[in-house]
Design a binder for this molecule. Structure first.
Ligand code: GDP
Length: 390
């Protein structure tokens, strides 16, 4: 084949140059639209330098992934399209149905036993066993059975009556009067700070991502901090959750002091004037003293900037007694203000709600009902009891 004339090469080179310029321009414009818009201005005192007394605690460099990160241009095909999280109404309807599917067996079993013609000792024992199998715990089970015996003797054992009495007693056990609101709003113009703690594998990072989506769906501005610096995968995972809904994630290199990442995330949130900062933490249950030191330090360092408004303990509902042991250890390490019970979709042992609330004296505020991004619901006592009774 003949060689092309020299000017053809010049034209080809110019065309390639033009293509590269267009690609870079498109990439930059998409990146600037990728992050959630948060007011750039910070309250006048919010951006002030932190107190330096504990300086050594906050030293490692951190990185913000999202709209203002100084990352090299990303190829266009790698850029995420922003998702619209599911709206509250449809999410709640969908998840209430899922709760009924996973928990309905307990109530049906109890109602079948309570509807027997004769409530003899064997039947009461079977009722007790059913409650214990659902992880309600020994003391609440005894209390429930005693109350049922007394009330059904007085109020009669008709099936509809039994259902009403059981429903009322279960509701009382779940304690509908506890304040289950999530404290995501700060004071003095600063963000609310939600610290999420729990053992590895319970669904902590997933829960942080899901809460982020709920807040975005409610038009709140959010920054997330990936303070589980012991697992690179955790920071990656949170980065992905953030990207999907345009929430920026502050993270540090693997092995960075978790407290420094938490500090930087909250500082970033204050500087940008966001509504809420969500902080994921490391879940190594190495030893109690180590855990206390680590979580205590994370909280202390954040509170140099602004108070932590909520400490959520994430527990896996499928782990039964093991989960209860974890709950005790964490409650000693940090002042837990709410519980998130994950994987309720995969376990019929919803009774753990009662057990863990009793143990910690802290309300279950959220329940995880699946691996989908919007499968997190507020815990509603009446809806829960209705789900149990099918
Ligand atoms: P972490 O180590 O505590 O941060 O746990 P992850 O967030 O990485 O979650 C561990 C696994 O649990 C993942 O496969 C999640 O998809 C799964 N998971 C989290 N929450 C739920 C839930 O509510 N239901 C179900 N079925 N799976 C969940």
């Amino acid at each position: 084949m003949d060689a092309l004339p020299g000017w053809t090469y010049v034209l080809i080179a110019l065309a390639i140059l033009a293509l590269i310029t267009v690609a870079v321009a498109v990439t930059v414009s998409l990146r600037s639209r990728g992050g959630k818009a948060v007011p750039p201005s910070a309250p006048t005192d919010a951006g002030a330098p932190p107190p330096r007394a504990d300086e050594a605690e906050v030293t490692a460099p951190t990185e913000v992934t999202g709209q203002e990160a100084a990352a090299p241009p990303v190829p266009e095909e790698a850029l995420p399209t922003l998702e619209q999280p599911e709206g509250t109404a449809s999410r709640l309807v969908r998840l209430r149905q899922r709760l009924s599917r996973s928990q309905g067996a307990l109530g049906k079993g109890l109602l079948a036993l309570l509807s027997r013609d004769k409530l003899d000792e064997d039947t009461w024992e079977s009722i007790e066993d059913t409650l214990l199998t659902a992880d309600i715990g020994v003391a609440p089970t005894t209390q429930l059975v005693d109350n049922l015996r007394t009330r059904l003797r007085v109020e009669g054992g008709e099936a509809t009556e039994a259902r009403r009495v059981l429903s009322e007693e279960l509701l009382a056990l779940v304690n509908p009067d506890l304040d289950r609101r999530l404290r995501v709003t700060g004071e003095d113009g600063k963000p609310g700070v939600v610290l999420v703690v729990g053992v590895n594998g319970v669904g902590k990072t997933t829960t942080v991502g899901k809460i982020g989506r709920i807040l975005v769906a409610e038009d709140r501005s959010v920054v997330m901090g990936a303070a589980d610096t012991f697992r690179a995968a955790a920071a990656e995972q949170l980065g992905t959750w953030g990207e999907r809904v345009g929430v920026d994630v502050v993270r540090g290199p693997e092995g960075t002091d978790p407290a420094s990442v938490a500090f930087e995330a909250v500082k970033e949130g204050i500087d940008r004037g966001v509504d809420t900062v969500l902080v994921d933490t490391a879940g190594r249950l190495q030893n109690k003293a180590g855990l206390m030191d680590e979580l205590g330090k994370v909280k202390r360092v954040i509170e140099k900037l602004t108070p932590v408004t909520e400490v959520l303990l994430v527990l896996d509902a499928t782990t039964g007694q093991n989960g209860m042991i974890q709950a005790r250890v964490f409650a000693e390490a940090v002042d837990v203000t709410g519980i998130v019970l994950t994987k309720l979709d995969g376990s019929a042992k919803g009774g753990i709600v009662v057990a863990v609330q009793r143990e910690l004296g802290v309300p279950v505020k959220l329940v995880g009902l699946g691996e989908g991004p919007d499968d997190l619901a507020p815990f509603e006592p009446q809806a829960f009891v209705d789900a149990l009774l099918g």
